[in-house]
Each structure stands twice: as structure tokens, then as C-alpha cells.
Design a protein around this ligand. Structure first.
Ligand SMILES: [Zn+2]
Length: 373
């Protein structure tokens, strides 16, 4: 059998350059109207009976070339369980070698989270007690921007993910968060729902997700550089979410992401915003300390450098929300690679670990929620 490679499906991305026996040469396709690329997701058939070698040739020009050293690609034969394959990076070429048992092999940058899965998940959660679902508006491709709401308390908590659509671990995190919050037997969830109203956008960028983008929407716009001045023409996703935030107010906000390079879980705060107040900084530090105590997957030694006073980038949601609402806001980053303090050589960072982290993030919120009033 000859190798066949395709990516013409939900969240697919690859370009086939050529096949030579059991080896294929490939390229990642740029986000539409953009130079960003790093997300890949494709199917290989005709692979049974021996190892296949998949070479992605254009990695040196990708958005985060630092993301490739130490990285191992995700593969699956049943599209449910994703494990890491033998992967090498040298001279701008990522070489993935794997010997599947069956005829078909799926390969991705991280365990995919398709738009179909998003709809299945949102439909399932929306049926649970006390949950409401609405569309905040439409994307440029005409998709709904889904908002799930739950809880009766006076505090306004916003959780949102996948501004960068290739960071699929962010929506796996959302599954963990929403499953916990809607568990009627979970005392942390019961208490949180009494103290707060949760506004949850599990996928800020459905167009980019479906198109197989790394970082941008259908117009090639990085949504996390639009929060100072979102527009219906460029960034309706941000426009609609921010308009709703202005109506509800925001006491606590978490923006969920994945980081290509750093092999750890970390938070980025809002240091450097012009309107910073002491209570904000104290509450944020308390949240960080609490999460570090609760989750062995979370740490504070590795992360992004803090912006100097007055130098925060207000086009990013965390800074914009902390500055505008005086709330505590944060960007959660999970690795594409692994948490090197607690590595898993089989799966690396994974959907299951993203979901477990989400449960601990809610527990940490519960510990300080009375201090947010
Ligand atoms: Zn991101």
C-alpha cells in the first residue's frame, strides 16, 4: 500500500509535498491572511506493517521555533487516546517516526478539539441543571460565539478559552471546569455557584478552530491583541464578549491558553497596567499561591517576565480587563510539551491533565472568593 495523507476535515492542517515509500514530506499551512503557523492535524493511511517517517520541513519559519526542541508529536489510532510518538527536530525539520498497528494513523500538534466535539460538549452541559446557553453573536464565518452561564451569586466570574485556536488544551481545560461546576454533588461547585455567577466562553475562536489555525480568526487577526479596540469587521468575537462583560461587570477573569515553548504550567498577571490597585495585586498573588499549593502541576519559577510599571499591553485581555474593571485577571498557560517537574513520557501534557488542572483552578478560586467582595 502507498501512503496517503489528508487534512480536509474539521481542524485539519497539513500540505503534502511528496511521498517516497513509507516516508512523507509535509508542510504546515499558514493561518488564513496571516504568517502564523504551527498547528498541524492530519490522517495517514496505508501505514500498517512498518514504521512511517513523517517530515515537516517548514518548522524553522513557524510562529514559535523554540517550541520544537524537546517536543514530541501526538498520534492516535482510535481518535480517542493520544500518545507521543518518537520525534526529532534538527535543521528546521521535525521528523516523526511511528509504527501503527492498523491502517490509519492520526497525527496532531496536540490532542485535537474539533468544532463537532465543541457542539457535543456544549449541548451536554446545557442540559444540566441551572445552566443557560446563548449565542453572544456571530463570527466572520457565521458561527455562534457560545456563552454558558451558571450560578446565582453576586460575584461575576468570567472564564474564556481558545482565543488562539491551536491551543486545544484550553478547551480540554474547559471540559474539566464545566464538568466540575455542574456536578450537583460537588461541595466546591455548590458553594461557588452560590457565591458567583459564572460566564464561560469555552471557545472564543470557532472559525480558527475549524480552519486548523494556530493563532488567528478567519481574517487572520490575533484576538488577544484586540481588547483595547475590538471591531465587528476584524474581531467580532472579542467585541461581543467585551460588550457582555461591560453589562455584567467582572470580578475575576481567567483566559486559558497553551504555550509552545515553556514545558511548565504557569500564570501571567497584569503587572504594568496604569490603573493597578493594591488589593488587585494582593488578591492575584493569593490566587497564585493557592493554586501552587493545590496543584503539583502548577509552578511559579518558569513563566513570562512581568511588564514594568505602565508598560502593560492593553490590547491583551488580561491587562485590559484588570485595568478596565479593577478585577483580578490572569492568563493561564499550559504546555504543548509536558510539565517537566512531573513528566509523563507516554502522553506528555494531555487532555486529562488539562481537565484535572481546571478542577484545581476552581478549588483555588473557592479558597479566596470571599476576599473578592
Ligand atoms: Zn495563546
Amino acid at each position: 500500500m502507498t501512503l496517503s495523507i489528508s487534512s480536509a476535515f474539521d481542524a485539519g492542517n497539513i500540505r503534502l509535498l511528496g511521498v517516497d515509500g513509507q516516508r512523507a514530506d509535509l508542510e504546515i499551512v499558514r493561518d488564513r491572511e496571516s504568517d502564523f503557523y504551527q498547528w498541524f492535524h492530519f490522517r495517514v493511511t496505508g501505514a500498517a506493517g512498518g514504521p512511517v517517517t513523517l517530515r515537516i520541513l517548514n518548522c524553522a519559519g513557524s510562529a514559535y521555533p523554540d517550541g520544537w526542541p524537546g517536543y514530541a508529536a501526538c498520534v492516535s489510532e482510535d481518535r480517542q487516546t493520544w500518545v507521543r510518538a518518537a520525534t526529532r527536530y534538527a535543521d528546521g525539520v521535525l521528523t516523526i517516526t511511528h509504527a501503527p498497528a492498523g491502517d490509519a494513523l492520526w497525527v496532531a500538534y496536540f490532542a485535537p478539539y474539533s468544532l463537532e466535539r465543541h457542539h457535543d460538549f456544549v449541548a451536554r452541559i446545557a442540559q444540566r441543571e441551572g445552566v443557560s446557553l446563548e449565542s453572544l453573536g456571530n463570527t466572520l464565518d457565521g458561527r455562534d460565539i457560545d456563552l454558558l452561564s451558571i450560578g446565582d451569586g453576586p460575584l461575576q466570574v468570567w472564564l474564556y478559552a481558545r482565543q488562539h485556536p491551536g491551543e486545544t488544551m484550553a478547551e480540554w481545560w474547559m471540559e474539566g471546569a464545566l464538568e466540575r461546576l455542574t456536578d450537583v454533588a460537588d461541595p466546591v461547585a455548590r458553594s461557588l455557584r452560590r457565591k458567583a455567577r459564572f460566564h464561560i466562553v469555552p471557545n472564543m475562536n470557532p472559525d480558527g478552530s475549524f480552519r486548523g489555525h494556530l493563532r488567528t480568526n478567519a481574517a487572520g487577526v490575533n484576538l488577544n491583541r484586540e481588547w483595547h479596540a475590538p471591531s465587528l469587521e476584524r474581531s467580532p468575537e472579542v467585541h461581543h464578549v467585551l460588550e457582555r462583560m461591560k453589562r455584567t461587570g467582572v470580578d475575576f477573569a481567567m483566559d486559558v491558553h497553551g504555550d509552545e515553548s515553556i514545558p511548565h504550567v504557569f500564570l501571567a498577571g497584569f503587572e504594568g497596567i496604569p490603573e493597578r490597585n493594591d488589593a488587585q495585586g494582593r488578591r492575584y498573588r493569593r490566587y497564585v499561591e493557592t493554586l501552587e499549593r493545590l496543584s503539583p502541576d502548577f509552578q511559579t519559577r518558569h513563566g513570562y517576565p512581568a511588564a514594568p510599571p505602565g508598560k502593560a499591553n492593553l490590547s491583551m485581555s488580561t491587562n485590559q480587563l484588570a485595568n478596565r474593571f479593577g478585577c483580578i485577571a490572569m492568563t493561564l498557560e499550559m504546555p504543548f510539551k509536558d510539565n517537566l517537574d512531573l513528566p509523563d513520557p507516554v502522553e506528555g501534557w494531555s487532555p486529562g491533565r488539562s481537565k484535572a488542572l481546571a478542577r484545581d483552578c476552581l478549588a483555588a478560586l473557592h479558597e479566596l472568593i470571599d476576599d473578592l467582595r
